[in-house]
Design a protein around this ligand. Structure first.
Ligand SMILES: [Zn+2]
Ligand SMILES: [Zn+2]
Length: 299
């Protein structure tokens, strides 16, 4: 029923630990990031994907789109491959007097056009993912206070494309302070590579971790609560069930309240940012390089 007991004895080390004088860089994109599919709430780690995940795939040489969780990326590519196969059938049926090699080269050109179109869509999805996680192009984001303007100009400069969809910045991906009174531990993120699964686990009595508390405080909170619930078992079972249900509900209210508080602090105080120059290969056209500035949180 519960996996928390064993985990509690060996809690994951917080990923945001720092040594005084040695700033720790927390790169938001290297931790759990959201799928941009409108109906998906999955999060995934880029580092968990195979090294060939974004390279050309058999049989038509199309690629998985960035910005989508693995499951949606697979489904999307499968649909595109199916479309290629249907197009081939249709071309053959309507070929008239054309010979097979002519149809083959026409099909290849069709796939090429589809690849270009898909690459554009993938780039937009990835942009939206970064807007949501890093806050690019969002005027309410504190990140904008750090020279993001050149990046925006660079990305849109010279292009006549229609304006991309703007994604709302979600502060929750930023490191946040613990809400337990007196806790002075480092800011942490429930979306960090090492903590995400840990916060998601269900604990004894169907309790969930409060991600508004740092890992150490969450652990202490759950331990105390489980002990308290065990003690109360002495009362009538029916009453105990009702009481337990109330405890769970109260926790949800508590979580919502403290998340609001964390959101205010993160948005108002923000973090210090370090701009890192990084070269990114433009896979779409297979040529050239684009300079990207990655924003990392320096804690
Ligand atoms: Zn998804
Ligand atoms: Zn704490």
């Amino acid at each position: 029923m519960s996996t928390v007991q064993s985990t509690l004895q060996s809690p994951s080390p917080p990923s945001t630990s720092t040594t005084p004088g040695h700033p720790h860089t927390y790169n938001l994109m290297e931790n759990y990031i959201p799928c941009i599919h409108p109906l998906c709430s999955e999060h995934y780690l880029l580092s968990s994907l195979s090294p060939t995940f974004y390279t050309t795939q058999k049989p038509y040489g199309l690629r998985h789109k960035r910005g989508l969780c693995p499951s949606h990326a697979y489904k999307d590519l499968k649909a595109a491959n199916d479309a290629c196969r249907r197009e081939w059938e249709s071309m053959r049926q309507n070929a008239g007097r054309k010979n097979l090699s002519v149809i083959a080269s026409e099909h290849e050109a069709w796939i090429c056009a589809l690849d270009v179109q898909r690459s554009g869509e993938a780039a937009e999805l990835e942009d939206r993912q970064k807007q949501r996680v890093l806050g690019w192009e969002d005027p309410t984001s504190p990140i904008l206070s750090v020279s993001v303007a050149p990046l925006v100009a660079l990305k849109t400069g010279g292009s006549e494309k229609s304006k991309p969809v703007l994604e709302q910045w979600d502060w929750r991906y930023m490191p946040r302070p613990c809400t337990r009174k007196g806790c002075k531990r480092n800011w942490y993120s429930p979306f960090s590579a090492t903590l995400y699964q840990w916060y998601l686990q269900e604990c004894k009595f169907g309790l969930t971790m409060l991600e508004t508390l740092c890992p150490e405080c969450t652990r202490a909170d759950i331990e105390a609560l489980v002990e308290n619930i065990e003690k109360k078992k002495a009362i009538k079972e029916e009453e105990w069930e009702i009481w337990l249900e109330k405890v769970r509900k109260d926790r949800e209210v508590e979580r919502a309240f403290w998340e609001q508080a964390q959101s205010r602090v993160v948005k108002e105080r923000g973090m210090r940012f370090k701009v890192v120059e990084e070269k990114k290969e433009l896979e779409l056209e297979g040529k050239g390089f684009e300079m990207l500035k990655e924003l990392c949180v320096v804690m």
